[in-house]
Design a protein around this ligand. Structure first.
Ligand code: PMP
Length: 353
């Protein structure tokens, strides 16, 4: 620690290194990556890429990608923002839109990065507990506030909220920006994208990392009113006017084109999620209803830390959170059928299951 570090910097803990061990032969079910490769069109882009073009700067506006995203969503390109993974889009959102006079509202249990940004940018926040069913209680998000952010489906619980409830929230909070982080929405939840033209205060954030299998390319995006998008562009430009490299832009466009491949790989993951849930329940686990590519689960008689260590000893990585209230749960990403079979047989061999 240095005497030059502010309290916000002192409290920062690097997140990813421990979750991304660079070791071969592990079954990696800890960071919700997609077990299947991106669409074949992505490979074609990479194979045919003219390396000579790398001496040029990429398009700073990412216009072709914004247009492709807009076409896909039935919006216009000025309603689209893109960034280096949705983590960057979210960080810029906190800086550009969620730093107001009033505290922002967010769930007490949700994606942990929101609190990192809150601390880093010194944002006043009010954390609202989940219900005892681990659901986000949107009814409680009202009164004066400086903005609202939540993940739908929520992480790490996997539970989603329907659009009617989100519309009602938007109706109640017309004076503040409502950010819906839809990193996992494609795995069975309803997207608020269709509400963007009705609510100028709505920002929907999504990513290519999960349903489009492009975590390695780091592409995230947001849909919203052009004025919200312009706020994000202004802040982004102050840091780096080239948000995405050339390959990220081109592969993302390719990943959007093959809807058949997209639908098939989503369906495979949903089917494997159903299989995994049934198997876990048959072993005595409680599993929350998931609309994501992971399940959140606990065994009533065995500590999650012990199960996590046992799986790790058998080269299977899953995620455990130390936060009170969810500290006896494991979050398990949905991998291939073979990976999930390996997980289930490993758990079966645990003494007491
Ligand atoms: N939002 C949520 C809820 C997430 O779980 C994640 C992935 N950890 C992200 C955003 C960020 O994803 P990415 O930066 O890869 O787009």
């Amino acid at each position: 620690m240095s005497r030059f570090w502010s309290p916000a910097i002192q409290s920062l803990v690097p997140y990813t290194p421990g979750e991304q061990p660079q070791v071969e032969g592990l079954i990696k079910l800890n960071t919700n990556e997609n077990p299947y490769p991106p669409a074949p069109a992505v490979e074609a882009v990479l194979r045919n890429f003219d390396t000579e073009r790398l001496r040029l700067y990429p398009d700073p506006e990412c216009l072709a990608l914004k247009q492709a995203l807009a076409d896909n969503a039935g919006l216009t390109h000025d309603q689209v923002f893109v960034g280096n993974g949705s983590d960057e889009v979210l960080a810029l959102t906190f800086m550009a839109l969620l730093r107001q006079q009033q505290p922002i509202l967010l769930p007490e249990t949700t994606y942990s990065f929101y609190n990192v940004y809150i601390d880093l940018f010194d944002i006043d926040a009010r954390h609202i507990p989940l219900t005892d069913q681990y659901r986000i209680d949107l009814e409680a998000y009202s009164g004066e506030n400086g903005g609202i952010i939540f993940a739908n489906p929520n992480a790490p619980t996997g539970i989603s909220i329907d659009l009617k409830t989100i519309s009602a929230l938007l109706e109640r909070n017309t004076d503040s920006v409502v950010v819906v982080d839809e990193a996992y929405v494609d795995f069975g939840a309803q997207s608020a994208t269709q509400l963007v033209n009705h609510y100028p205060n709505l920002l929907v954030v999504q990513t290519f990392s999960k349903s489009r299998s492009l975590a390695g390319m780091r592409v995230g995006f947001a849909f919203g009113h052009p004025q919200l998008i312009e706020a994000l562009e202004r802040v982004k430009n102050s840091f780096n006017s080239y948000p995405l490299d050339m390959l990220a832009q081109q592969t993302a466009i390719a990943a959007l084109q093959d809807e058949t491949y997209f639908d098939q790989s989503i369906q495979r993951i949903i089917d494997t999620r159903t299989w995994t849930t049934t198997k876990l329940e048959s072993l005595g686990f409680e599993v929350l209803p998931s609309h994501t590519n992971f399940v959140f689960t606990r065994h009533p008689d065995i500590a999650a830390t012990e199960l996590m260590q046992y799986l790790r000893d058998n080269k299977i990585l899953v995620r455990h959170f130390t936060k009170p209230g969810i500290d006896n749960h494991l979050r398990i990403s949905i991998g291939t059928d073979e990976e999930m079979q390996a997980l289930i047989s490993c758990l079966k061999s645990y003494p007491g299951i």
